[in-house]
Design a protein. Sequence first.
Length: 298
Amino acid sequence: MNAELAILDRDVTPVGHDYEVVRRVIEKISLDYRDQPSLEDLAADTGETPTGLQKLFTRWAGLSPKAFLQAVTLDHARRLLASGMPLLETALELGMSGPGRLHDLFVTHEAVSPGEFKARGVGLTIRYGYHLSPFGIALVMVTDRGLAGLAFADAGKEQAAFEDMRARWPNAHYVEDMSATAPYAARVFDPARWRAEEPLRIVLIGTDFQVRVWQALLKIPMGRACAYSDIADEIGAPSAARAVGAAVGANPLSFVVPCHRAVGKSGALTGYHWGLTRKRAILGWEAGQLQQNGQAAD
């Protein structure tokens, strides 16, 4: 599978091993951010040369390790909130299609009916494939109605990620078909293809409450964060912050439905189903995209 994965995804992620090095850098930053580790410290920890790490990391994130350290630390979201971070936006900002600006990941979505969800996937065919991404191996799952699942896995743990996703819809029929999922992987992880006029079609498979939470997550713009309690207010259930947190954790469309932008009331980067290191990586990658396109993250 790994050779096949590399061949099919070389246009998506040219350097497939980058994330493993980046992951170690982010882990060290997360543990030692108060000490502000130097480029030399980070290089020694990863076995790279300082120059090599600088080039690799900048190619991956669009900003240097030093800039990433400044942008993503354990109290990153807390500082966002303390500086007057806006509450949940009512819609993604439109009209940003100029060449020097960045669209967020525009999607059009629908939800399966309550009956379809209760059937736990009966009659549903889900095609899946593993693809390289900026955040490790991505498990992409599609139906004839659109993208239905996106999960992440570290090398050697692909099957565990698949079992985790399959447990959500145990009665569906699963077919490994990378030719069907590759176009979705290519679009999701390439900001140049995030166009409002060509929205990515997704299907949300969950309870009515979960779908409402996921729809609210879709409204959080890149570069912003939102507390679970604010999401609860947004969906008209102000006393359900804990239930909102559970629904965020059950999001089957990681990255596309941006559950990584949800934080605790204090601003803390609370748990993430695919690991806090990956959550910090995604937030930092987004900060790099905004920086490249001349937009400041709040």
